[in-house]
Design a protein around this ligand. Sequence first.
Ligand code: NAP
Length: 507
Amino acid sequence: MITGKNCIGGQFKADGSVEFRTTDPKRNVPNPTVFVEATKDEIDTAVDLAWEAFKVFRSMPGKQRAAFLNTIADEMLALDQELIDTYMLESGLPEGRAIGERGRTIFQLRSFAELVANDDWRENTFDAAQPDRLPQPKPSLRKTMIPLGPVAVFGASNFPLAYSTAGGDTASALAAGCPVIVKSHPMHAGTNELVASAIVKAANKTGMPKGVFSSINGSVQAGIDLVNHPKVKAVGFTGSIGGGRALFDLAAKREEPIPVFAEMGSINPVIMTASAISKRGSELAKTYAGSITLGTGQFCTNPGLLLTLKSDDAQSFIQELAKETVAIAPQIMLHPNIKKGYISKGDTVTGQEGVKVVATYDGDLDANEAAATIATVSGKAFLDNPKMHQEVFGPFSMVVQCEDEAELLQIIEGLEGQLTGTLIAEKDDTLNLPKIVDALQHRVGRIIYNGVPTGVEVCASMQHGGPYPASTDSRFTAVGVHSIKRWVRPISYQSFPTELLPDHLKK
Ligand code: NAP
């Protein structure tokens, strides 16, 4: 049962007096449960408990942390339909998506469990001593990875399970040996509480210290208090550029600055060559209409920018893309505020000089349904106006018609950092593909060839994170087992006797 309380080191508490409710975006009404924001004292207690837990949790054998992660997965599954129903009620997302996202979350938890069941992930290295080396002896050196400390996680609005309470950030941090304090996304506080209860049960069953996990409800100030707390040692965030950047700046200004791994906005450029458009324009229009409207366009990998060369074929493609896109039945957005943002950001972009709306859905819409829109603009106008480069979070895409290859390259090279870039081309293409790939790879974290950017595979070779502002540190991924590297740091032991080394370095 959902109580509306905060989870402070395993105890469900509500000492505060500020209340809020989530929204049912389908019916556009507040949901019945009243949630209570955490007080500053509760936040401090959660972090103090996390710090105490860290002293034990950090040196637990990997197998024990693996058991914890697998038991979280089991307990999440045991929540069964209550979790699915709450997810749908708070996000407006359909049942299939809820079940699919739960599956992905379980898979992530189990993948990290498998990863840390042995110590290979620590990339241990050993350099033997050479006492007789001249002119100086070489000492023995062993290098490994150790966890940073308590991690604050900010849940994403567009992934209530896979990038929230027990999502990728939490699973990877716990796997690394870092206790976690989640700031629940206010749009899905109920989903958060259910998952938090699963984590607490798993922690109790597997003998974890009580501060290993906490989850607090709260507004912006709660997030600020958390990031400012001296015992918080790293932050994971998924959301807007404004939010991620504010937390990044805050963390940098602390007396002890800490890393903030924020995954933020992206317009995910897609380069469609003239050869590809003339050969399979109709097929591409259908495929891209599906990708642009998938999940009401509320994916960080949504293709918000299509780059083509100006031609008659490109004109026909744009018309067809617009027709296919607005023919797809409108879907609900996550929250009234997300819909408001969609309208205002869409208006800003389409209001710029030179931008032409090709088509926008003009049928009846329920309160939080979004009107899919396709716009177009010339390469020159796009180059001259960075306001057109901003993410319109929702079913929106802009087709930029470039004069020639040189202008296309100039646009790619001038783009802000992106999560993905896609190349739609032919084998014997007339465009200089190596040149395009070379320019694109320096602006993105993942390049897709003849596909769509939506759909992020969870595996070791996935890179989800790109140059700023796609993320705050392009050297790391937020998806896949390598995301554990965000929460650890290297340490070398020099000339150490075996008995004083950590267990995983004794071999
Ligand atoms: P958000 O506004 O960035 O909020 C995410 C979380 O960060 C929330 O818990 C929020 O708390 C907190 N937060 C935001 N600004 C903060 C600040 N200055 N200091 C401390 N905490 C702060 O993102 P959202 O609510 O998920 O969605 C809003 C917009 O973000 C969307 O319309 C979309 O444009 C963008 N977005 C992009 C992606 C992507 O993957 N590219 C994903 C999700 C959202 P409060 O809610 O209490 O403010």
